[in-house]
Design a binder for this molecule. Structure first.
Ligand code: GLU
Length: 330
């Protein structure tokens, strides 16, 4: 299989990898909860069960939401659960120059343009009172074709511009997902021209994730299906950057009884909380394996012991509804 070139600062260069290369990509914005852990377990099983490699990337670009202490805690939580990774954990922050190179490539090819719109200006320009559910607001294209380059945008407005990807009118991106099957993402209708670099010069999630997955030769991206819509945008970036996209496996999330994704209001479901209470990792793993349809009961187990049985088809189609503390008494 054709692989993207692996950069020097990490990854698996020099090593022979026979199976697919996957990755765990936690954001250190809070400790790992049962929902993240379930997706990471599946991502790990999916590549390891095929003799593949698993990289670990800490997505530490999310500005003020990133908590430095959460990086170490995330690594501890993953190891405690029995997940491992190949090579050193990678951080995104030292790679900012690499994302800037990719952005400049997109600029040189005419794929992106400078934009000085503020969030409230975009909100005011919405034709519907709210943008489509879950996708935020659709960008109406105000700055498309407005400035020749960033220097002109700065000179005319006094503002540092963000950069937006030019989504051709009517763009719908089809792809095959290993869990959801054939998917079509109406990128133009949902979000329109999307941000690849922010006004402060930081890369947007969409650009960083594509550059990383391409540079590190990732063959499979397994993550929550809240990111299905993002995958449409990411596939446009793969194409514009001339990189080979990975396979995708998007899994339903764990939700609370109110149907919303796990959050603080659903009680403490952090792995560190169960760990501190003395719940054995094997019990947590057994519970997660059961919610993934890999085991008929919650009997304690380890990730290694699940390798032979991993099948994406076994995973329930619906979100798993977490009712209360699964390791509480009674
Ligand atoms: N860091 C993202 C998250 O924790 C995952 C991004 C991805 O897998 O592409 O939600």
């Amino acid at each position: 299989m054709e692989r993207n070139p692996v950069p020097e600062e990490g990854g698996l260069s020099g090593e022979e990898v026979k199976g697919p290369v996957g990755r765990l990509a936690p954001s250190p914005t809070g400790a790992l909860h049962l929902g993240n852990a379930r997706t990471f377990l599946a991502a790990w099983l999916s590549v390891r069960s095929r003799g593949g490699a698993c990289l670990l990337r800490i997505e530490d670009l999310d500005g003020p939401r990133v908590k430095r202490e959460a990086v170490a805690e995330t690594l501890e939580d993953l190891s405690w659960l029995g997940l491992d990774w190949d090579g050193e954990p990678m951080l995104q922050s030292p790679r900012i120059p690499r994302y800037e190179t990719a952005r400049m490539h997109l600029e040189a090819k005419g794929w992106i343009y400078p934009c000085v719109c503020t969030r409230s200006e975009i909100a005011a320009a919405q034709s519907a009172p709210q943008g489509p559910k879950d996708h935020g607001m659709r960008y109406p294209g105000t700055c498309r074709g407005r400035f020749a380059d960033a220097a002109q945008a700065r000179a005319e407005t006094g503002k540092d511009p963000a950069w937006r990807f030019r989504v051709p009118e009517g763009t719908v991106v089809p792809f095959r997902d290993r869990f959801h099957g054939e998917i079509e993402v109406p990128v133009d209708a949902e979000v329109g021209d999307f941000v690849v670099a922010k006004r402060d010069g930081q890369p947007a999630y969409q650009l960083a994730v594509v550059v990383d997955d391409a540079d590190f030769g990732i063959d499979e991206v397994c993550r929550g299906d809240d990111l299905l819509s993002s995958t449409g945008r990411q596939l446009l970036l793969y194409e514009a950057l001339g990189a080979r996209p990975p396979d995708f496996l998007h899994l339903p999330l764990v939700v609370g009884p109110d149907g919303r994704r796990l959050a603080k209001r659903h009680g403490d479901t952090r792995l560190s909380w169960f760990r501190r209470r003395g719940v054995p990792a094997a019990e947590v793993c057994g519970f997660l394996a059961w919610t993934l349809g890999l085991r008929p009961t919650r009997e304690p187990t380890t990730p290694d012991r699940l390798l032979a049985d991993f099948r994406p088809e076994a995973i329930p189609r619906e979100s798993y509804v977490l009712e209360g503390d699964p390791f509480g008494k009674g």
